[in-house]
Every structure is written in structure tokens, then in C-alpha cells.
Design a protein around this ligand. Sequence first.
Ligand SMILES: N[C@@H](CCC(=O)N[C@@H](CS)C(=O)NCC(=O)O)C(=O)O
Length: 216
Amino acid sequence: MSITITAFERSPDGGKGLARDTRVRWALEEVGQPYDVRYVSFQAMKESAHLRLHPFGQIPTYEEGDLVLFETGAIVFHLAEQHPGLLPTDAHARASAIAWMFAALNSVEPSILELVVAKFQEGDKPWSKERVPLVMDRIRLRLGQLSTRLGDADWLDGAFSAGDLMMVSVLLRTRPSGILDEFPNLAAYVARGEARPAYQRAFAAQWAANTGQLAG
Ligand SMILES: N[C@@H](CCC(=O)N[C@@H](CS)C(=O)NCC(=O)O)C(=O)O
């Protein structure tokens, strides 16, 4: 069954890999599944054809036969359930890897998103100057806790899993702020994720789509 995902026609980050189709592409590459991409404009994302796939008018979406999914957590989880490589077979280890996926999306990503809102969407508001340092502190708190838990391990819980894929994807979104450099083990963790051949292929594909160039 062929797989089609959606992505920005032109990502606001210009191809830095921060748009969320990258994490889905990465999961697809990790499990060796070919896929097509349908590129959508901001306008098309809010029109009925796309809203049938994604109730909130966002990317990415995932179509496979008559299955339609939205939410990157659900998409990556589906891929990890259907194909070997992203979740351990041992039941407890599997549950723990899934917990890390939720942790990435529910406990780490929210404050990172707040920063994007405070800096870019509300950057011209009078409260933005005071809000940014507060949000940075909330991110710092979570990253400190995560850094302590990771210690000197390569991955969060044994072998690389969908939990790491999601956590690295979320942490990558802090890169423009420079805050990751305060936590050398997290910076190294993210670099390990980025060095994976599957990530490299995913990054190159979205880069090529956004820039019309091959990744260098
Ligand atoms: N929780 C959703 C978030 C999806 C999301 O925010 N997508 C962004 C791109 S990374 C988007 O479509 N933004 C445009 C918009 O919301 O209008 C997920 O993980 O899939």
C-alpha cells in the first residue's frame, strides 16, 4: 500500500528540517518505507480537501490506502507498530519507549513551542520582551531534567527507538535559541540522532524540496 504524506509547499524555516514532516520522513526512512509527498500551500491547508485529512488544517498528514492519520505522534507510532526497527519487542521496553514519545510531545515540546510563539508570533507585542526569558527558563528546567536522566547514555532507554526519534526531533526545534549548548550531553544526543543515515535521508529530502537543491 503506497504512503503519501503532506508537507509545506515552502517551509517557513527554509529547509532547516524543523517542520514536522521531517520527523515523519525520518520514521519512514528508519523503517524502510518508500513514500510520496504532496506539497500544500498555507491557503490549501485551510481548505476543505485538506481539512478532511487534518481537522486543524496543518501538516503533516499520512495516507495509506483508506487510512488517514494526522498528529506526528500517531503517525510515528503507527509506523513503529507496523514495521520493525522503532520499538523494542519486549513488552516493558516497548511501553517505556512509547512513554518517551509521549514525554517528548507532552512534557518537552510545549515550552519549546511557547518560545516560538513568544518570539515570532507575538514578537511585536509589549509583553514579549518579558515573556521570552520566562519561557527560556521553563525550557531550561525541562532540558536540565532530561539531561540528568540521559547522563552519558547514547539513547534514552537502551537501543534507539521511536522515543528517541521524537525527542531528538523536538529538541532540534530549540537549536535557533542556542539553549541546547548549555547541555552538552543533550547536544551530543541530538547530533547522534542527526548522524543516523535515516535522518540524513529525511533531512536531504525536505531540504531539496524547500530549496530546489541537493543537501550539502
Ligand atoms: N501536534 C501536531 C502539530 C502540527 C503542526 O503544528 N504543524 C505545523 C507545521 S510543523 C503547521 O501545519 N503549521 C501551520 C498552521 O498551523 O497553520 C503534530 O505533531 O502533528
